[in-house]
Structure formats: structure tokens, C-alpha cells
Design a protein around this ligand. Structure first.
Ligand SMILES: [Zn+2]
Length: 402
């Protein structure tokens, strides 16, 4: 049976791998590895040659969260020789609904340490490299240079643009994934292999005003599982050199309808990073644009300053502009709830001579509220930077995070 399959033309047979033949030729498999990966080796599309490519491969997972968890788990199990992880966060209880790299016992630990323990348990033969940092213009090129394939499991625009740009500069495929409530999508950005990059689709990051506010949209926990695993499959295909990669195609998954739709993606010759006349040649930090409110026009105070105001009994009013259901989950003592959507019409309830501190979940909606109040003649109004999330992180850990 096996012989028959081998003789037949194999449609997904190995073609060009992103791993050079030179690197593979110096890689061998131990007796134990032959056993561990036997279900790979018996497939004519993979064989020992494909497994050696996996062993020679270096794959970087950006984020050890919802998408990074399933990607990293399967990439480790598949025998990717060097698996890098970038993250700076700690495990908290709200992560466990989807971030299956981490367990209840890991709450409070660094995500990277928790991930390393789990991955090394799955496969002690691979090398795991931890990059405990936020990907930035300072470090992105240096980190990406160490890898052959990048799996982007980040959850924000700043990192997505940065990882796209540095992958284009370095000529590395970027396996993209994103999830939102019950839907997710994935593709492979690789202009050097003929496909578009992220900027071919979205040349510039969205303006802060148009970025969805910090009301958490939520995500079905298993959804990043599906998308993250698809990302792992794409990374493995690129390494082994089989099948048709998702280059120039975007796969969209709807969990409620259970549909997979494929969209064709085209390169944009005018793309600012991979086009004919590129205008971007160096990594850019977009934090100031899309990770945080526009601080230049909105006066802000830190959670430490707010704590001091409370402790020294300064006169001010704290306004919470989140939604009532969020107020139910967590609140800062003494805050008055006026959801952002009502702030303009209820402004007259507030005394314009007072000092106000406005907060939301992470600082974006409250920045908008500060702008609205300033337009209505309020002068002493400040945005709480980082919102109740930062309050919980730095001041009062008994305030639940969500
Ligand atoms: Zn492009």
C-alpha cells in the first residue's frame, strides 16, 4: 500500500522549502527522533527529508497568547528545531479561556516561562528561545533575523504593522492570523514569494479615532485555537516545502455558520513597503498612533497620580465612561458611571468648575470623552492613562481584570 502511494505522483510533494538545502544537509535525526516523528516520516510528502527541514527550521511566534498557544504547541510537537517566542505579559485568569499554553498553576508567572515549561514537556529535543519584550522598532529586525518563518499572533495594530514591515525587509514569510468574536482569518504575507504584504491591503494604520474602543469585543475561546493551528500548518508547509501556501489568499472562518471562505489578495504596486517605489525603509513604532490615545491633544494622568489624588483627598470627580456591564465586572471606588455614548448629552449634569478624571477600560474611550467634554467648555478634565486595567495592575489588584 505504502509502496503504491510512493510510486504514484504525489500532488503535495516537496517543492521549494524556505530552509536551504545546505542547512538540511548538516542535520540528522536520532533514533529517538525517527520514532517520535514516525507518523510524519511514513508520509511520502514529508519523509525524513521533510523532518530534517523541520529540525533545521527556526520559527518565531509573536505572542504566547490565544493564537500563539496552539501554534507553538503544534510547532513544538512537530519538531521545529528552534522555536522563538516573543511576549512580555504575565498569565492571568482571563487568559485561560483560550490561551492553552498556560494553566491555572501558572497565574502570575511570565507567559514565556510558563510556555517554555509546557513546550519543553511536549518536546525536550527542540530549542526554545525566549524574547521577553514587546516587539519594537528597536528590537524587531534583530529578532526576526534569527528566524526563517514568522507566525504573527499579535493582537494589536502596532505589532502587526511592525512585524509585517520587518518581514518584508528581511524577505521572511509572515503567517498572519486574527480573531474577533466568532470569526477569524489567516494568510501568509510574503512579497518575496509573489504575494502581497499587510500594507498592500492596509497601507497605513487606522487613526486612533477609528480604532474600536476598549470595550472588549470578546472571542469564543476555541476560535484562536482553530486559526492558530492553521497558522502552524502554514508554517510547517513552508518549512517542509509541500502543498500550496496561503500566499495571495486569505482564509476566513465563521464559527457560527461553520464556513470557510477564501478571498484572493493582490499585491499593490503602490504599496509603501513592498511596492515599486517604497517609501518605508525602516521599522516604525506605531504605539503613539494605534496603541494608545492621542496624548498630545488629551491631557492625561497616570494611575499613580490618581492614587495620590485619592490619598491626599484632593477634590475631583472620577467618571467611568464604560458600559454598565463592565461596571458590574469591575469598578474603581467612587467612580460615577456615564457611558461614553451618553457623555455629550449628560455633560450638563457635571459642574464645569470641578476637576474631572475620566477612565474607561484601557484609556481610549476616556480620551474621546475628555475631548467631548473639552468641546463643551470643561477645562479641568484628565484622561486616566491605561484605564481601570492599569489601576488593577499597579494600584489595586483586587479590582478584577477582564
Ligand atoms: Zn505590500
Amino acid at each position: 500500500m505504502l509502496r503504491a502511494v510512493r510510486r504514484a505522483t504525489v500532488p503535495g510533494a516537496m517543492q521549494k522549502s524556505v530552509i536551504t538545502a545546505e542547512k538540511v544537509s548538516s542535520t540528522g535525526l536520532t533514533k529517538e527522533e525517527l520514532q517520535r516523528y514516525s507518523r510524519h516520516l511514513i508520509m511520502p510528502e514529508v519523509t525524513a527529508e521533510g523532518q530534517k527541514r523541520l529540525k533545521a527550521a527556526r520559527v518565531l511566534c509573536i505572542g504566547a497568547g490565544g493564537l500563539g498557544s496552539p501554534s507553538a504547541l503544534y510547532l513544538a510537537a512537530a519538531g521545529v528545531g528552534k522555536l522563538g517566542l516573543v511576549d512580555f505579559d504575565r498569565v492571568d485568569l482571563t487568559n485561560l479561556q483560550r490561551q492553552i499554553l498556560h494553566g491555572t498553576k501558572d497565574i502570575g508567572r511570565s507567559k514565556l516561562e510558563s510556555a517554555r515549561d509546557r513546550l519543553q514537556d511536549i518536546n525536550p529535543d527542540i530549542h526554545i528561545e525566549l524574547h521577553e519584550c514587546r516587539l519594537s522598532s528597536e528590537n524587531a529586525e534583530r529578532i526576526v533575523a534569527e528566524y526563517d518563518v514568522i507566525v504573527d499572533g499579535s493582537d494589536n495594530f502596532a505589532t502587526r504593522y511592525l512585524s509585517n514591515d520587518v518581514c518584508v525587509f528581511a524577505g521572511k514569510p509572515n503567517v498572519y492570523g486574527s480573531v474577533f468574536r466568532f470569526e477569524g482569518q489567516t494568510t501568509v504575507f510574503a512579497p518575496h514569494l509573489g504575494g502581497p504584504c499587510y500594507r498592500c491591503l492596509f497601507p497605513e494604520p487606522p487613526s486612533p479615532e477609528s480604532v474600536p474602543n476598549c470595550a472588549q469585543a470578546g472571542v469564543l475561546g476555541v476560535l484562536p485555537g482553530i486559526i492558530g493551528m492553521l497558522q502552524a500548518i502554514e508554517a510547517i508547509k513552508l518549512v517542509v516545502g509541500i502543498g500550496e501556501p496561503l500566499i495571495g489568499r486569505l482564509l476566513h472562518f465563521d464559527a457560527l455558520k461553520v464556513t470557510f471562505r477564501e478571498l484572493k489578495l493582490r499585491r499593490d504596486p503602490q504599496c509603501p513597503v513592498c511596492g515599486e517605489n517604497p517609501t518605508i525603509f525602516a521599522p516604525i513604532d506605531y504605539d503613539q498612533f494605534c496603541g494608545a490615545p492621542d496624548n498630545e491633544t488629551v491631557p492625561g494622568i497616570s494611575v499613580l497620580e490618581l492614587k495620590e489624588k485619592v490619598d491626599t483627598r484632593q477634590a475631583f470627580e472620577l467618571i467611568d465612561v464604560r458600559e454598565p456591564f463592565e461596571f458590574e465586572i469591575a469598578r474603581i471606588d467612587g467612580a460615577k458611571l456615564i457611558p461614553l455614548g451618553e457623555i455629550a448629552e449628560r455633560a450638563d449634569e457635571l459642574d464645569r468648575k470641578q476637576t474631572f478624571v475620566i477612565h474607561c477600560h484601557s484609556g481610549r474611550r476616556s480620551a474621546e470623552a475628555v475631548r467631548l467634554l473639552k468641546e463643551r467648555g470643561f477645562t479641568n478634565v484628565y484622561n486616566l492613562e491605561g484605564g481601570i486595567d492599569a489601576w488593577s495592575d499597579f494600584i489595586d489588584p483586587t479590582v478584577p481584570k477582564y
